[in-house]
Write a protein that binds this ligand. Structure first.
Ligand SMILES: Cc1cc2nc3c(=O)[nH]c(=O)nc-3n(C[C@H](O)[C@H](O)[C@H](O)COP(=O)(O)OP(=O)(O)OC[C@H]3O[C@@H](n4cnc5c(N)ncnc54)[C@H](O)[C@@H]3O)c2cc1C
Length: 404
């Protein structure tokens, strides 16, 4: 019996199992998390009921402090909750950018008043956040950002444009990097929070090749942010942004343990290959080269997942993620993209359908998954930029770039 943080995990497992059985609506069993889909703007009664139950319990963010509504639990207990949710065919309804990156950053850098105001609504899943970082001329070189905030006494007035703002069309609030000093680059950036429900905010969704519209161009014309919603010091936003990006990379790779990572596909590759490619007389996948590549992907995925779980269990000191999240992001991304490539290869021409009765639901989602997967080596900082961070911050190699 494992024991982390002095708690009897088996007794806790029983408690969790009982609570899920009593609270998880049977109608949602096996359903995908609406947080991950565009239907999240119009949830069903059962989805709302489940969100409220998990939100009040604090188990959607099990390791966050109980003082702000979180579970106040250890990494080991959080893992038990995730495993029990999986076992019951349930999803964690509390998620999004508030959980993955903004909340943990505010817990570290926010004032007590900011934490009291913004953390509980994230814990309950009442408020959705979006990330206003990238601009048309500021992606990898994020510190080139130009979106400007003028000091007007008790508030800032914000003018400028952001781009690739994921979920901006569904978001209630934005955590945003703004320029508050034009004479300096990194030291002229501040981290502010403001509501998206105000006249100076315009959101234009951008359609993607994968067939949906997960992100937007976002324009600010005299939008306002209260001074009380400046996080950290004026012109001190760069440090906070870098920390937030570590949380983002940790969450994107699946290494954050929140279950929102890259390994959510239903059928395993070997099962798929046996169905589509067939088996030899020994019952193995008939194409030996394909077999080897499927095994390599399975080994990489298992090694990645074990490393992610170990990192989470070891993070008892609550020091949070480090530059090593860049390694986890690139490693997780590679496994996920390899898997998407192999899936299409296994399905052959059946994996190329976009719509129509000649294709199963799995086949139709395979090509969308493959196309959508192209984005993961870009968002949260591109693959190449992560390699730069690994070289500089972990390997200690000389910095030959101008970027973060
Ligand atoms: C699906 C998706 C969702 C996103 N969601 C958000 C969001 O919610 N909020 C937000 O603010 N942003 C978001 N982004 C933006 C994302 O963070 C940027 O796209 C990313 O940082 C890269 O910036 P860029 O697109 O401007 O590319 P560029 O910075 O122009 O890079 C172009 C290419 O050059 C390479 N490159 C650039 N600099 C270097 C260097 N120094 N060394 C080596 N290679 C380099 C890059 O790796 C890339 O291949 C999202 C992006 C995508 C695709």
């Amino acid at each position: 019996m494992a024991d982390f943080g002095g708690t009897d995990l088996e007794a806790f497992r029983g408690e969790v199992r009982e609570w899920i059985a009593a609270n998880f609506p049977a109608a949602l069993k096996g359903r995908a998390n609406p947080m991950m889909r565009e239907e999240r703007s119009k949830p069903s009664a059962e989805q709302e009921q489940w969100r409220k139950a998990m939100g009040e319990k604090g188990w959607g963010v099990p390791t966050w402090p109980a003082a702000y509504g979180g579970g106040g639990l250890s990494g080991g207990e959080a893992r038990v909750i995730q495993l029990e949710l999986n076992r019951a065919g349930a999803y964690n309804p509390i998620g999004g950018m508030g959980v993955m990156m903004f909340g943990p950053t505010l817990l570290e850098y926010g004032t007590e008043a900011q934490k009291q105001e913004h953390i509980p609504p994230i814990v309950r899943g009442d408020v959705q956040w979006c990330q206003g970082f990238s601009e048309p001329g500021a992606g990898s070189d994020l510190a080139s950002l130009q979106c400007k905030a003028e000091d007007k006494g008790d508030h800032f007035v914000i003018n400028g444009q952001k781009i690739w703002t994921s979920g901006a069309q569904f978001a209630d609030w934005c955590f945003c990097l703004v320029r508050t000093d034009t004479s300096k680059k990194h030291e002229g950036i501040s981290f502010v929070l403001f509501t998206m429900h105000q006249p100076g905010v315009e959101v234009r969704p951008i359609p993607l090749i994968a067939g949906n519209s997960p992100f937007c161009e976002t324009f600010f014309t005299d939008a306002t942010a209260d001074k009380k919603n400046l996080v950290g010091p004026l012109n001190g936003g760069w440090t906070i942004a870098k920390r937030l990006l570590q949380h983002e990379r940790s969450g994107l790779s699946g290494a954050g343990g929140g279950g929102g990572g890259m390994f959510g596909m239903a059928k395993s590759l070997d099962v798929l290959a046996k169905e589509y490619v067939g088996t030899d007389e020994a019952g193995r996948i008939s194409d030996s080269d394909l077999r080897t590549r499927i095994i390599n992907n399975a080994i990489d995925a298992r090694a990645f997942q074990q490393t992610a779980v170990r990192a989470m269990m070891e993070a008892k000191g609550n020091s949070g993620p480090s530059a090593a999240t860049s390694i986890m992001k690139n490693a997780g991304t590679r496994v996920m993209q390899d898997r998407a490539e192999l899936t299409l290869e296994i399905m052959g021409s059946q994996g190329l359908g976009w719509e129509g009765e000649g294709f199963s639901a799995d086949e139709l989602s395979a090509v969308r998954g493959w196309l959508g997967g192209k984005a993961v080596t870009i968002y949260g900082g591109s693959f190449e930029v992560q390699n730069n961070i690994i070289s500089k911050r972990i390997l200690g190699l000389p910095d030959l770039t101008q970027n973060h």
